[in-house]
Design a binder for this molecule. Structure first.
Ligand SMILES: [Fe+2]
Length: 414
């Protein structure tokens, strides 16, 4: 179900009135949160500045062998992000990267990009659009999504969540439906094509919509230390404002698979590795210096922007992910703030396949049903701008490329 808001300023005023009534000491609670967030951001900045890793790294072989330690898991849950090393063999991924280059070149994608449907999602962010291609159905993407490797990685990630709470089972972590997403291909030397800091998966909805308020029930009641970003209660029930390029599936983690080596300075991903930073964002907007009809600039149907002027502690923790090799993957919790560096000063293409982690639930099954015809016809999936570049692309993946696992992850058995 999509959320409709006719009069946004009125809806924001009403939400703020209600939330402040429930939490009359919002100022004192925010002061506590701000101090805790400052402390955490400073801790992370100190670790980063002495050259140590702030994004936990796990060898994929350790996931396969079931030997990831409880300490590593605790760190992933606290940082809300992780890098998996060597998920795929480098040689396989290099072949995939070549195949994708061949696929987009052979089918004249660059010419088609000139006529692309407008993508308003990133419109308000200060930096302009990165080189994200509306290509969803190349063979490497389809093969990677249905691979045993990424399936194991995503099941591991789904299982970090508390799937049962408040007397309900929220999802099945062991089945990983496909959310077909795009590619990034960034040529070296590109400037000012990053993305400023934001969160996906809801902007003004988080304060306004009933089930979002239940997700953040402990924040809005002032018991913010009880808030567990990995408690799935109500996560699969939230309603977003319908908009092209807003994800309507429930993702446990967003993520991508590196197709080329890329590191800090190459226009790569930056994260605020604090899993519960949403506590700060939510309560910040209720403070008295923010206008009654404003939520720190949050705009409906857009990414939730994080701004230096409103959220300074979070910026101190904003850190580039480490050097990635082809075949490594990075994942970040669906509420984690992320950005893409502006300048790409590296010497090679920095390419990734966006492949997120999702669990099986009614919300995701409903989207799979809408997504399946796009796969069969080579169209852009329902959540994305209706470019439909690949309809007549030569070499596109078809149902014949799907394994039994792939068919089930695409929802062909539903
Ligand atoms: Fe994003």
């Amino acid at each position: 179900m999509a959320l409709h808001i006719d009069d946004l300023p009125a809806a924001i005023r009403k939400a703020k009135r209600e939330l402040r009534e429930t939490l009359p000491n919002y100022k004192a609670v925010f002061a506590e949160v701000e101090s805790a967030m400052n402390e955490e951001a400073n801790r992370i900045a100190a670790v980063r500045d002495r050259g140590d890793a702030v994004i936990p790294e796990i060898q994929f072989a350790d996931i396969v062998a079931n030997r990831v330690s409880p300490e590593q898991i605790a760190l992933v849950k606290s940082r809300g992000a992780c890098v998996f090393r060597k998920v795929f063999d480098q040689s396989l991924v290099e072949q995939w990267d070549n195949d994708i280059a061949d696929y987009v070149e052979r089918n004249d994608l660059d010419k088609k990009l000139l006529t692309r449907a407008e993508d308003k999602y990133f419109g308000q962010l200060a930096s302009s659009k990165p080189q994200i291609y509306g290509v969803y159905w190349s063979k490497p993407q389809v093969l990677a999504r249905q691979s045993d490797e990424l399936t194991q990685a995503r099941v591991f990630l789904n299982r970090l969540w508390k799937t049962e709470s408040e007397g309900r089972v929220h999802f099945d972590p062991n089945h990983v439906p496909v959310y077909a997403d795009r590619l990034r291909r960034r040529p070296p030397g590109s400037e000012s094509l990053g993305l400023s800091a934001h969160c996906d998966g809801g902007s003004v909805e988080r304060w306004i919509e009933t089930n979002f308020r239940k997700v953040y029930r402990h924040v809005f009641s002032g018991n913010w230390r009880d808030y567990d970003p990995f408690d799935a209660a109500w996560r699969t029930d939230v309603e977003e404002i319908a908009s092209p390029a807003v994800c309507s599936m429930f993702r446990t983690f967003q993520g991508w698979t590196a197709l080329t080596p890329q590191g800090p300075g190459d226009g790569t991903l930056q994260l605020v590795p604090i899993a519960n930073s949403m506590v700060y964002i939510l309560l910040r907007a209720l403070q008295d210096d923010i206008a009654d009809d404003d939520l720190c600039g949050a705009m409906p149907g857009r990414a939730l922007s994080i701004r230096q002027e409103y959220h300074p502690p979070l910026f101190r923790a904003l850190s580039s992910i480490p050097l990635m090799q082809a075949g490594d993957t990075v994942f970040w919790h669906s509420d984690v703030i992320h950005a893409v560096e502006d300048a790409h000063r590296g010497t090679g293409y920095s390419n990734v396949m966006y492949i997120a982690s999702l669990p099986s639930c009614a919300k995701n099954d409903a989207y799979l049903k809408r997504q399946l015809p796009s796969f069969l016809e080579g169209k852009s999936p329902p959540d994305f701008p209706a470019d439909h570049f690949e309809v007549d692309f030569v070499g596109r993946a078809t149902a014949d490329d799907l394994t039994p696992l792939g068919r089930s992850q695409m929802g062909m058995n539903l």
